[in-house]
Design a protein around this ligand. Sequence first.
Ligand code: SAM
Length: 293
Amino acid sequence: MENNYIANPKNTIAILNKYNFIFQKRFGQNFLIDTHVLNKIIASANITKEDVVLEIGPGIGSMTQFLCENAGHVIAVEIDKSLIPILQDTLSDYSNLTLINEDILKLDIENVLKEHNCNKPVKVVANLPYYITTPIIMGLFEQHIPLESITVMVQKEVAERMNAKPKTKDYGALTLAVNYYSVPYIAANVPPNCFMPRPNVGSAVIRLTTTDNHPFVLKDESHMFKLVRAAFNQRRKTLVNALNNSPELNIDKDTILAVLEDMKLKPTARGEELSLEQFAALSNTIIEKSGHK
Ligand code: SAM
């Protein structure tokens, strides 16, 4: 069976040659050529025949083949139209695949899921194009698409930012957003030689299991994220100055100082010192004290 896998390096080269495929750097094309890594991704995502999986960027179908073997249904969205005839050929054995030639950032995903009578949360699984990792993940979360989990290959450094702890250099707006919508878990580090062509950065597989089970009740989600953006847009500044300077907010320094005092934080505190719970408390208290949104 190993020999039949698209991800087998020999098979990948044969497919690329057969179609005279030219890699498009602008689409972040680095195809997986390691079946152990693919098995690890399927296991981390816990894919079963009950699942509908959304794959972003199937490439020549290396991961799609593993998904079709293991999932109930796979919806794969590929931007590069030159890959569509290749995928129709490499994956012709699978009847549980829907292939869509679209830009994932422009696609109405919710509508696509409805069209496929997908009435349970989907699992997103992908070896993401690295140039748009953050917009893809944030788009999935913010559009409130019914999601069970997102298991993706990303640049190692981005996985570390998603999984960072307060008071570290990696901790920032992405960490807080990911931890608000999900529970992150880094499942594997993956070296460049597992891809063709080799990327010039290390990669990691991260699973984000969606959750809305928080130890706090937020008065206004968008207000908290305005605070987060303001705090990390100027991360070297104190929170008082960063929030006061933000064009998205309109909070005077006295209010911020009073809120920090209520929360037993120093007047010189910076955003990177605050946990998600503290940002939630900061947002709720500012709203209470000033009515500002
Ligand atoms: N899944 C394949 C694999 O693992 O070998 C390919 C992964 S490659 C890193 C990223 C894929 O995403 C490419 O096939 C690329 O053409 C596609 N892609 C890039 N931007 C996209 C977008 N905006 N929407 C959908 N697919 C995109």
